[in-house]
Design a protein around this ligand. Structure first.
Ligand code: SAM
Ligand code: SF4
Length: 455
């Protein structure tokens, strides 16, 4: 199944090369209807270089982000369980030819310890990751169970485990489903076949089509929410954005649900990984902002995930432009929350979760630890049906406030607590009328020790 049509993407990029400002402005106007954009429209915006037009794009992205997501930012933390890997991706510190790193596979006890440390930072969502190792599937299943079993000193546990592991076989998806995961994510890394071949010279990952068809198999096997992504810097970013949109469109057409999330990692230096030091097609900060904004316009209801690969100032700008989920306080080595070690790649936002939360609150964003939709079965198509008419506001804003209140009670320092309380009070004005009373009641109960109240 060739749903990534390279010649079509190249053709669209060529055709839109000389697009006029008028065309771009019309597309920005259309994007405000929140119906998304077609390939050619997205390409016209990606071709824009003029700073005035780009400012128009950023303003439009901000409006859309605000209209659909408001000021919420959903938080999560990654948990690496193994850095053993049978692949040799040229950009990654875990590649099998890297003999300098210490290889580790965590025991169940170690996974529980890491989970406890993540919980003590206030997180409620974990993204479980691993190198590609044919023999660690059992460990992944046990790890999910172990993560859910842990309670921290406040009696709180992880409420949603998302997965970012190599493509699985059909029966394995069935098992993963039973283990109760949230979103299953695989990045295609690059959609450009020739570049893909060069970057993935051996191992299971060398098979482009196998990786590309993973999400089809996941959805056919009953998983509800899938995430896609491209590793920006390997090939032309404009091509990758259009390919992500083609992938999203394919899933939507075939299964009635587009991807739940799109991730936008940029290549960062990694130990003994040639392509991370000599990035083939570096993406500048301004192009990175452009591509996030174009994605926000093109697929307005798909979450955009940004990791701690990016520095603080840029992250803040990208929150405004469309990013809806972020990691904080991250470690990218197995056991990294317990001891310092070489991670998979270097990070640029190395602040603690508490520092990030304080900062985003000061900037008027509402940190959210909500897992309500997943736990109430509002997943897959149901989530999209909910998201599309803008009902996100009815559920998500109140849930962000109740989970923030929990955080303030259990994990925040005095200053964050004070600022957070002020923010909650301010944001209560935007809670829809029919939800106001109940939200106030929940907040009151949480202040008095009740936990885990959500809509
Ligand atoms: N090993 C599995 C796989 O490759 O599918 C699971 C995901 S891997 C642990 C997480 C992601 O890290 C990869 O998909 C890749 O996009 C990203 N990554 C690898 N090296 C990187 C680097 N040098 N800079 C930024 N991201 C990198
Ligand atoms: Fe292994 Fe994933 Fe790193 Fe590739 S990106 S070397 S598959 S951990």
């Amino acid at each position: 199944m060739r749903f990534i049509d390279e010649s079509k993407l190249v053709g669209v990029l060529k055709k839109t090369e000389g697009a006029s400002s008028k065309e771009a402005e019309d597309i920005l106007g259309k994007a405000l209807l929140l119906d998304g954009l077609g390939l050619e429209e997205a390409a016209v915006l990606l071709q824009m270089e003029d700073m005035e037009l780009l400012e128009g794009l950023f303003t439009t992205a901000k409006k859309i982000k605000n209209e659909i997501y408001g000021k919420r930012l959903v938080f999560f933390a990654p948990l690496y369980i193994s850095n053993y890997c049978s692949n040799n991706c040229l950009y990654c510190g875990f590649r099998k030819d890297n003999k300098e790193i210490v290889r580790r596979e965590l025991s169940i006890e170690e996974i529980k310890t890491e989970t406890r440390l993540i919980l003590e930072q206030g997180h409620k969502r974990i993204l479980l990751l691993s190198g590609e190792d044919e023999n660690n599937f059992e460990l992944i299943i046990q790890a999910i169970e172990a993560i859910y079993s842990v309670k921290d000193s406040k009696g709180s546990g992880i409420r949603r485990v998302n997965l970012e592991i190599a493509p699985l076989e059909k029966e394995q998806f069935g098992e993963i489903n039973k283990a109760k995961i949230g979103t299953y994510t695989v990045f295609q890394e690059t959609y450009h076949r020739e570049t893909y071949r060069k970057m993935h010279p051996e191992g299971m990952k060398a098979d482009y089509e196998r990786r590309l068809n993973t999400m089809d198999m996941a959805l056919e096997s009953g998983l509800n929410d899938v995430g896609i992504g491209a590793l920006f810097g390997l090939y032309d970013y404009k091509f990758e954005v259009l390919a992500l949109l083609q992938h999203a469109k394919h899933l939507d057409t075939a299964y009635g649900i587009g991807p739940h999330t799109i991730s936008v990692p940029r290549v960062k230096p990694a130990n003994n990984a040639f392509a991370s030091m000599n990035i083939p097609k570096p993406v500048s900060d301004i192009d990175f902002r452009k591509l996030v904004a174009v994605l926000r316009l093109a697929v307005p209801y798909t979450g955009i995930i940004l990791s701690t690969r990016e520095p603080m100032e840029l992250r803040t700008e990208l929150f405004n432009l469309g990013v809806s989920q972020i990691s904080a306080g991250s470690k990218t080595s197995p056991g990294g929350y317990s001891r310092e070690e070489w991670g998979q790649f270097s990070l640029n936002d190395t602040r603690s979760t508490g520092e990030v939360i304080k900062d985003v609150i000061n900037r008027g964003f509402v940190p959210s630890f909500c897992t309500g939709c997943y736990r109430l079965g509002r997943v897959g198509k149901d989530f999209m049906d909910l998201a599309k008419p803008g009902l996100i506001k009815v559920h998500c804003l109140p849930n962000s406030l109740t989970t923030l209140q929990e955080y303030l009670e259990d994990y925040a320092d005095a200053e964050t607590k004070e600022k957070g309380e002020e923010l909650i009070e301010k944001m209560m004005r935007y809670v829809p009328r029919e939800r106001k009373k109940k939200t106030e009641e929940y907040l009151h109960k949480i202040r008095n020790g009740v936990r885990d109240l959500y809509f």
